[in-house]
Design a protein. Sequence first.
Length: 403
Amino acid sequence: MRTILHLDLDTFYVSVERLIDTSLQSKPLLVGGTSDRGVVAACSYETRAYGVHSGMSMKIAKELCPEAVVIKGNAGTYSKYSDVVTEIIKEKVPVFEKSSIDEFYADLSGMDKFFGAYQYATELRQKVITETGLPISFGLSVNKVVSKVATNEAKPNNQLKIDFGTEKPFLAPLSIKKIPMVGDKTYHTLRNLGVRYVKTVQEMPADVMKGVLGVNGLTIWKRANGIDNTPVIGFSERKSISTERTFDRDTIDIYKLKNILIAMTENLAFQLRRGDKLTACIAVKVRYSDFNTYSKQLKIPYTSADHILIPKILELFEKLYQKRLLVRLIGIRFSHLVSGNYQINLFEDNEKQLNLYQALDDIRIRYGDRSVIRAAAMGASTIGRMHNPFNGQPPVVLAHRKQ
Ligand SMILES: [Mg+2]
């Protein structure tokens, strides 16, 4: 029997803004892109009564809740506060999973009794609240899924323990929408079948769910029944994806080197987005013909957007490459990975840009990860050994995953 804790900061961006400017306390608040084409990244509980939700266009949100204060978010500030909370948790729980910028799982199975774990979790939550001033909620149960649902039921700023054996009755009266993985599309499919509450899924044979929704249906059925064996995956800042390239002949062609870096960044950023990951630390490595190797890294706000990553990678390279020597190898690495989608950059972006990323990534998923590339990166494909997107050759640049 396991004891799994799920912690989630409440309306994280909103809470951080209120911490910085206390006059925003209890005022309806919208955080996101402030232009008419902007998108709501986060909204306070006060605005939700008006039908506002995150992901909605800012224009509509402002119409629904005209008295709301609108703030352009700042990924850098949120990343900083996220790190502070991570440090507090890291101190108290050696093995924890940072599943997003504001969510954590911890396996407390080693604790003597269930009460011991609950006490421990309560103290941890209080510590976060006291030291950061940010509201946080938790759920504690036998597995990740039930704990996450429990956290959502506990919110705002509260905690909930689901005793072993009571998972099914706890889930039964909830809307099926509350089961993680049931998105809008699945919700509508299930609603059309007359399924509204978790209880109905619990009473259905697993095969029926599988028949309707495939493998996902089976997972949803298990979750609805409080069954989930997924482990807590330890968070490590060393977890990274990287790529590098050794040249057949050493080069000093800076134009070519930069184009390759752009191509590499574009490719790795796509890998991040495909895996719903964000990076908070980037590094560039250069090996010269004398085999001396240098690297430089930079902590950045969580992101997976090319237009943010590319200039930073090039900037790092400029700082690193001062020797004007022949280069044998260059590489880049993204680390400090956490789950999260590229909408984290909603504040700088607008809907148009988000849709562009979505469209480009859809093409890459369907036709290969180098089927759409920046013009600059395409230069790399003709100068070096980079994959030519039009001849069907496999890409040379491949991400290496390190756990
Ligand atoms: Mg949260």
